[in-house]
Design a binder for this molecule. Structure first.
Ligand code: GDD
Ligand code: MN
Length: 355
């Protein structure tokens, strides 16, 4: 078997016959042996339509789940049943054009480990989403890319349409939450090359989207789990959490100095900041970069302090820049803090705790 097409379906009765027809038409002139696997969690009569289809079409297989739901876990169940050398995942609702299958297949056969039809490379479009979903989808992608480095170079990491060489997922411990199976594959799969090709994500003809607030929440749970399982991605979050703890240390020390010890305000403020910086240094040294860094503390500590001071200057600079174009000071300050956090993380990673 050359190719297995895996289609998660949930209450898609009117789309089953058209999608199978269009897949056959798209692959009619290709010398490819393929099968179609529906992994169905439907609660309506979609399963009857699927059973009829399975009875008359030898290339169609159906796995119906009664006790479980979830797009991503359905795809994992499909991976386990598929026999093809290459695996392509697509939605049942024809928003993912089957006409692209030969091109995805050709790229896989030519050696790309993962092939992603993308809405966001030149020639692609995501016309099938309304303006609000577009915004939500953009924010979700940016957050995913900030959190997980393996997503950074991928323009459409939340695509539901993609192909993989089966070696990418065979043996990988796939354990996704919710919808985004491609993110799970990109983070945990074994691969070298990813190729994106443009496509037009069209509007649905029949039925409606099953996207919900619950799935958005699941997306964050999923990202959180992936980050906590990956040492390199975890580091940045530890750094941020320790930075936040530094604010607490700063305020506690300030209060003690001012109210209990009657230290003058300016001195109290400076001492509190220095203590917080030292506390941040120790935590980062013991936790964030515990496993890395060959340098001695008398090199690391001054580097850390230098980077932190430049970070403060950077925050002010960014805030000032935004203020000049009319942005409120607290908002500019928050953006400044974000910029300087990313910057100081990168500098500490490259200099202070350099391997
Ligand atoms: N088995 C199963 N179980 N399938 C499901 C479930 C479920 O719980 N929930 C949804 N599906 C199926 C739908 O039947 C459809 O075939 C596919 O998953 C996608 O669901 P839609 O409801 O059509 O999602 P969408 O169009 O809003 O978003 C899709 O496209 C985006 C762009 O590629 C999803 O694939 C998104 O993840 C993707 O970003
Ligand atoms: Mn859809």
């Amino acid at each position: 078997m050359d190719l297995s097409i895996i289609i998660p379906s949930f209450n898609e009765r009117d789309n089953i016959v058209p999608i199978v027809e269009r897949i056959h038409t798209a692959l009619r002139d290709e010398p490819i042996r393929y099968e179609i696997w529906f992994v169905d969690d439907s609660t309506d009569d979609t399963v009857d339509v699927l059973s009829e289809m399975e009875a008359v079409d030898k290339q169609v297989h159906v796995y119906h789940r009664d006790s479980e739901r979830g797009l991503a876990s359905a795809v994992v169940a499909g991976f386990a049943r598929a026999r093809g050398e290459y695996l392509i995942v697509m939605d049942a609702d024809l928003q993912h054009p089957p006409e692209l299958l030969p091109e995805i297949y050709r790229n896989l056969a030519a050696g790309s480990d993962i092939v992603i039809p993308s809405r966001f490379v030149s020639g692609g479009s995501d016309g099938g989403l309304g303006p609000l979903r577009k915004l939500v989808s953009w924010v979700a992608r940016v957050i995913g890319q900030l959190a997980l480095r393996r997503l950074r170079k991928i323009s459409d990491c939340t695509s539901g349409y993609f192909g993989v060489n089966r070696n990418v997922v065979d043996g990988a411990q796939l354990d996704p939450i919710g919808w985004k199976i491609l993110i799970e594959v990109l983070v945990k799969g074994r691969y070298k090359t990813v190729h994106e090709i443009p496509y037009e994500f069209l509007a649905r003809d029949a039925g409606e989207s099953k996207m919900s607030m619950r799935e958005q929440w699941n997306y964050f749970r999923h990202l959180f789990r992936l980050v906590s399982q990956s040492p390199a991605d975890r580091r940045f979050f530890l750094f941020c959490a320790i930075g936040a703890s530094g604010v607490v240390v700063n305020l506690v020390v300030l209060s003690i100095l001012k109210y209990a010890l009657r230290v003058p305000d300016t001195s109290a403020s400076i001492i509190a900041s220095l203590v917080a910086m030292l506390s941040n240094y120790i935590w980062n040294d013991q936790i964030t970069w515990r496993a890395s860094g060959q340098r001695k503390w008398n090199i690391k500590l001054p580097l850390f302090i230098g980077i932190s001071l430049v970070g403060i200057a950077l925050t002010t600079l960014v805030m000032d820049g935004f203020r000049a174009v009319g942005v409120a000071v607290p908002i500019g300050q928050v953006i400044g803090i974000l910029v300087s956090t990313v910057w100081s993380y990168m500098m500490n990673n490259r200099l202070t705790w350099k391997d």
